[in-house]
Design a protein around this ligand. Structure first.
Ligand code: PMP
Ligand code: GLU
Length: 403
């Protein structure tokens, strides 16, 4: 028997209104095509191609052998919360106490929790575009209304204070951004954050979500800064972070927040009814990841930096690709509008989705359409792949575009 939808039993409007994650969907499509025997190079998923470092794996093995197998406190082991508190002080000069920390099943759940506990129906959330793919659906799942603010390549895809001011309405409840940004790699400097904070000063009802999951993947042009470092913003900023990217731990699923206590308590309450807390072994491993110096994972950042140089050089030599220079994370986000309206191999390219699909079908390279990030002029290419794969992928793309 096969399962099918019926006319009598229906799914909720809520889930019907959710767009599937474009990054995960493209990765799944690439996997399917590979299973059919196609030689697909996957540059769609934001996932380091390194293994989790041994010193972190050993902490997990130790935890298994030490019989860490019970439920953990819902908001995370005390020892992990303490490691996070030390990390925030060491790396960000941010002082939190245990009541302000919540450990979750990935930074994605941290973001989901915060949206659920802060937003009411119709509350507006300002999202500078391009934004990370899941922000707008996480907001919609909390009955919030995403308000997209367009940015330009010329301005390094950053929102200006004037744009922020214009986007604010009496219904604005939150501002969400990532810095370093997925997908553009842009980093807001401390001065740029201060200028945005100056606008927010006039609107004390707005809570900020500062997603800093790429903090350590920074190529040294602009120093990492946190909105919560400003005294007047500390009490209304949620700092989101996680171990997936810098520590090559995507599948371990650990993220966390440092937040005003009332938001942390509410996230804890929600999580207690949804997951009961994050995985116990992963939490033990993350204590080690965060306690050790970030310099232990610098070798991955150094490698990403080399690949960034390589991919930018290769892409800039293809006519019609315009790239900003990403300062962090591991993505390039080229503007490909030069191809819109053109017909290649009998396929008319009308938008970024057509372009990404064309690359998948005619170059066997998986990328992600910029539409998924709230900017339809670009595609996102992840360079968390080997040098060989990057060279081969860009050569294939070039070949397919010359047709
Ligand atoms: N924020 C950003 C900007 C991301 O790119 C990602 C992707 N991993 C997440 C949050 C979610 O991270 P996690 O894997 O820890 O859920
Ligand atoms: N954050 C990664 C990305 O943007 C992983 C995929 C996901 O979590 O959606 O590709």
């Amino acid at each position: 028997m096969t399962s099918s939808t019926t006319t009598t039993q229906k799914l909720s409007e809520r889930i019907n209104n959710v767009t599937p994650s474009a990054t995960l969907e493209m990765a799944a499509k690439a996997r399917e095509l590979r299973a059919e025997g196609k030689d697909i190079i996957g540059l769609s998923l934001g996932e380091p191609d390194f293994n989790t470092p041994d010193y972190i794996k050993n902490a997990a093995i130790q935890a298994v052998n030490d019989d860490y197998n019970s439920y953990t406190p819902v908001d995370g082991y005390v020892a992990l919360k303490d490691a996070i508190i030390t990390k925030f002080k060491r790396d960000n000069d941010l002082v939190y106490d245990r009541s302000q920390i919540v450990v979750s099943t990935g930074a994605k759940q941290s973001l989901y929790n915060v949206a659920q506990v802060v937003l009411d129906k119709g509350d507006e959330v300002i999202l500078p575009c391009p934004y990370w793919v899941s922000y707008s659906d996480i907001v919609k799942l909390a009955d919030g209304v995403p308000v997209e603010v367009s940015t330009t390549l010329e301005n390094d895809f950053k929102m200006t204070p004037e744009q922020l001011e214009t986007a604010i309405t009496p219904r604005t409840k939150m501002l969400w951004y990532s810095s370093p940004c997925n997908p553009s790699g842009s980093i807001y400097s401390k001065d740029e954050l201060r200028a945005l904070a100056n606008v927010l000063q006039k609107h004390p009802q707005i809570v900020v979500v500062s997603d800093e999951i790429y903090e350590h993947i920074n190529y040294g042009v602009t120093a990492h800064a946190s909105m919560a470092q400003f005294e007047d913003m500390y009490d209304r900023t949620v700092t989101v972070n996680g171990v997936a990217k810098a520590f090559a731990m995507t599948g371990w699923r650990i993220g966390y927040i440092g937040a005003p206590s009332y938001i942390a308590r509410a996230s804890n309450k929600l999580q207690g009814q949804v997951t009961s807390g994050a995985n116990c072994i992963a939490q033990r491993a993350v204590i080690t990841a965060l306690t050790e110096s970030p310099s232990r994972v610098q070798y991955m950042v150094d490698e990403f930096k080399e690949r960034r140089k390589l991919i930018l050089g290769l892409l800039n030599s293809i006519e019609g690709f315009r790239c900003n220079e990403p300062e962090g994370a591991f993505y390039v986000y080229p503007d490909v509008t030069a191809y819109f309206g053109k017909t290649l191999n009998g396929v008319t390219i009308n938008n970024a989705s057509d372009f990404a699909m064309y690359l998948l079908e005619h170059a066997n390279v998986a990328t992600v359409t910029g539409d998924a990030f709230g900017n339809g002029n670009c595609i996102r290419i992840s360079y968390a792949a080997s040098e060989k794969e990057i060279r081969e992928a860009i050569a294939r793309i070039q070949g397919a575009l010359e047709q």
